[in-house]
Design a protein around this ligand. Structure first.
Ligand SMILES: C[S@@+](CC[C@H](N)C(=O)[O-])C[C@H]1O[C@@H](n2cnc3c(N)ncnc32)[C@H](O)[C@@H]1O
Length: 222
C-alpha cells in the first residue's frame, strides 16, 4: 500500500472527524469475526454520508453490508422518519452487522435482509419501495444487474453509487477472465447508451489503495 496515500488519509480522518465509538466497534467486531477488511475507508464513509445528506435522502438502499460500517455512515444521514435497507448474503456478516447497528443505536431505522441481493431486489419492488439513494457494494460480477434494479427502485433525481470500479487500474483489462472485473466492465459498456441516468466515475487513492467509484443520478422522466 502506498504509504503517503495512507498517511494523508489518516491526516484527513483526524482533521475531519471520521471515527467514533460505534464506527470503531463495527471495524473491531468484523476483525474479531475474521471478516475481510473490505469496508469503505473512513473518509469514503463520510463522503457517502454527506452525499446522502446533501440530497436529503429519506429512503436508502445498500447492497453489501459486511459488518455495517458503511451502513452506519449512511443511516446517520437519514432525517427523522427515514429508513435504510441493507442486503447481505453471508449469515455471519448479517449477524455481526445487526449487532453493530444495535450498538450504534440505529436498529430502529435499519433493516438487514440476509440472502442473495438479486433475490431480494424484486421483493423490494413488489413491496413498493422507492429509494432516494442506493449504494452498490456487494459481489462485482452482478453489478450491472444491481445497477439496473437500482434505477428501477430509485426516484428521478435519486443517486446511485457503485464502489470499486477501478480496481488498481484493472478496469482497463479487456481480456480479463476475472468475473468481477467483467461485471464492472459490463456496467460501463451499458452505461454508454443508458439514457436513464447521468453518470460519472472518479478514481481514488488512499488507505484502501487505488480504486474509485461511479456516481449516477436517475434522470427526470424515467
Ligand atoms: C465490500 S463488502 C461490503 C462493505 C460495506 N459496504 C462497508 O463498506 O462497510 C461486500 C459484502 O457483500 C456481500 N455479498 C457478496 N455477494 C453478495 C450477494 N450476492 N448478495 C448480497 N451480498 C453479497 C459480502 O458477503 C460482503 O459482506
Amino acid at each position: 500500500m502506498n504509504e503517503t496515500w495512507t498517511t494523508v488519509d489518516q491526516y484527513f480522518d483526524a482533521k475531519t472527524g471520521s471515527a467514533d465509538d460505534a464506527l470503531d466497534n463495527a471495524l473491531r467486531t468484523a476483525a474479531e469475526a475474521d471478516m475481510p477488511a473490505i469496508n469503505v475507508a473512513p473518509n469514503q464513509g463520510k463522503l457517502l454520508h454527506l452525499l446522502a445528506k446533501g440530497i436529503g435522502a429519506k429512503r436508502i438502499l445498500e447492497i453489501g453490508t459486511l459488518a455495517g460500517y458503511s451502513t452506519i455512515w449512511l443511516a446517520r444521514a437519514l432525517p427523522e422518519g427515514g429508513s435504510l435497507i441493507t442486503l447481505e448474503f453471508e449469515p455471519l456478516h448479517a449477524e455481526v452487522a445487526t449487532a453493530n447497528l444495535e450498538y450504534a443505536e440505529l436498529a430502529d431505522v435499519v433493516q438487514v435482509r440476509q440472502g442473495a441481493a438479486i433475490a431480494h431486489l424484486p421483493d423490494l419492488a413488489a413491496e413498493g419501495f422507492v429509494f432516494d439513494f442506493v449504494f452498490i457494494d456487494a459481489d462485482k460480477r452482478s453489478v450491472p444487474e444491481y445497477f439496473d434494479w437500482a434505477i428501477k427502485l430509485t426516484r428521478p433525481g435519486g443517486m446511485i453509487i457503485v464502489d470499486n470500479v477501478v480496481r488498481g487500474g484493472a478496469i482497463l483489462d479487456e481480456a480479463t477472465d476475472d468475473q468481477d472485473l467483467q461485471g464492472i466492465r459490463r456496467l460501463f459498456d451499458s452505461l454508454a447508451n443508458d439514457g436513464r441516468v447521468s453518470v460519472t466515475a472518479v478514481q481514488t487513492v488512499g488507505g484502501k489503495g487505488y480504486d474509485g467509484f461511479a456516481l449516477a443520478i436517475k434522470t427526470a422522466g424515467q
